[in-house]
Design a protein around this ligand. Structure first.
Ligand SMILES: Cc1cc2nc3c(=O)[nH]c(=O)nc-3n(C[C@H](O)[C@H](O)[C@H](O)COP(=O)(O)O)c2cc1C
Length: 386
């Protein structure tokens, strides 16, 4: 009997401990919208309200940039902070909101996602919960529009949270409402009286549902990362390269009185520019003669060169890499340019993709007035090897 009591006390203690641990870390959910006239924004506020009703959960409301910078947005929408594509990886869950445009999502939201390739290849959004809500005019094509948004989220491996029949018990069925089993919508028409209270209630329920799933999955994160780490220690880097169609270039040869790498105390030191087939890829100044997409391509190529040199330093076996310690990216930019971090993500994401947990590194990015042979980028890398 005494023994049973002891077991019960231990179980209670462990249960209490686990609970206390869960409560200590806040769940962060992003509500990310595009909205021109404010319909999607009103739905977003209801979604955020639902999210915040869930214990220990914070909702952050942001918008994506407009493709057309001259476009006049609703005044309150205009004031929202603008999200970057990279920051999506920092949230535990995301609610996406867009107007219905020709039974599809808005071009602005679509363009935002067209920049998500680095997140996609590094699987940064995989397993994160996501949900979609929309604002429509008549509602024509609203469900098709949500489903077309789902295609993007599924491609990123996100866990999609639908609305099912939630909220229908309190729905005012005397007028058409924007309820769908996929996500809440508002039939804003041109009356200015929508979203209706029923639509806002539904959006709030959807927010709560997303928060519940997000909080639940967040608690499995540690388990997930433990599993990933142990699996990755066995991962063959050559297989990772092959599976991801990454072909390493020939390591560039030095053009002066120096060596392509040095090794000191198990650390390999490497510096590379954007050389490809003996020529600099996309040379010039970012913000003037080189576009951001070109600079990202050059950064990716530079990191490929770094890894090629690293392979030589490891005697041909990249499995000897223990850790990417630090990456420093120098970018040839105009003085007013500030988006260095976004460019450098091409190198960081490639490193994470190739080396997994061992690819996690400290990082610095710097703007430069010029770089050797007019390269748009130079990367300094430090790796630890066996
Ligand atoms: C280019 C364009 C296409 C649209 N296509 C549709 C449509 O297919 N179905 C619909 O119900 N409303 C459509 N609308 C109306 C918008 O979805 C509606 O005005 C919505 O509330 C806008 O959201 P916002 O207030 O957040 O900007 C369209 C509007 C525009 C500008």
């Amino acid at each position: 009997m005494k023994k049973q009591l002891l077991v019960l006390l231990i179980a209670l203690f462990i249960g209490f401990g686990a609970n206390a641990q869960t409560k200590s870390s806040e769940t962060n959910v992003l509500v990310l919208i595009y909205s021109q006239n404010g319909g999607t924004y009103k739905m977003a506020k209801a979604i955020a309200e639902g999210i915040q009703e869930y214990p220990n959960t914070k909702a952050t409301l942001k918008r994506v940039p407009s493709i057309n910078s001259k476009e006049k947005l609703n005044a309150e929408v205009e004031k929202l902070p603008v999200a970057t594509i990279e920051e999506l990886a920092n949230y535990d869950g995301i609610a996406f909101g867009s107007p219905v445009h020709f039974a599809n999502i808005s071009a602005d939201m679509n363009y935002f996602f067209s920049q998500s390739i680095p997140l996609w290849t590094s699987r940064a959004l995989e397993g994160k919960p996501a949900t979609v809500f929309m604002s429509a005019g008549s509602g024509a094509g609203k469900e098709a529009a949500i489903l077309s948004f789902w295609n993007i989220l599924a491609s990123h491996g996100m866990v999609i949270v639908p609305t099912g029949i939630m909220g229908t018990a309190t729905l005012d069925k005397t007028v058409p409402q924007g309820n769908t089993p996929f996500g809440a919508t508002a039939l804003t028409g041109s009356t200015g009286t929508r979203p209706s209270q029923s639509e806002l209630n539904l959006a709030k329920e959807q927010g709560k549902a997303l928060a519940r799933v997000t909080a639940g999955l967040k608690n499995t994160e540690n388990i997930k990362s433990v599993k990933t780490t142990s699996a990755e220690t066995k991962t063959d880097i050559n297989k990772t390269l092959k599976d991801n169609n990454i072909v390493l270039p020939e390591a560039p040869k030095p053009v002066g009185n120096y060596v392509p790498f040095t090794i000191s105390d198990h650390k390999v030191y490497i510096n590379q520019v954007a050389l490809k087939d003996g020529k600099i890829l996309n040379p010039g100044k970012v913000g003037a003669t080189v576009t951001e997409d070109q600079a990202k391509e050059a950064t990716y190529q530079t990191m490929l060169n770094v890894i090629a040199v690293l392979k030589e330093a490891c005697g041909g076996d990249l499995n000897k890499v223990k850790q990417c310690v630090q990456l420093t990216g120098y970018f040839n930019t105009t003085p007013e340019y500030t988006q260095h971090a976004g460019l450098m993500n091409s190198a960081s994401n490639l490193t994470a993709l190739v080396f997994g947990e061992k690819g996690k590194h400290a990082r610095a990015t710097i703007g430069a007035v010029s770089l050797p042979i007019n390269s748009a980028v130079e990367i300094q890398a430090i790796f630890e090897i066996e």
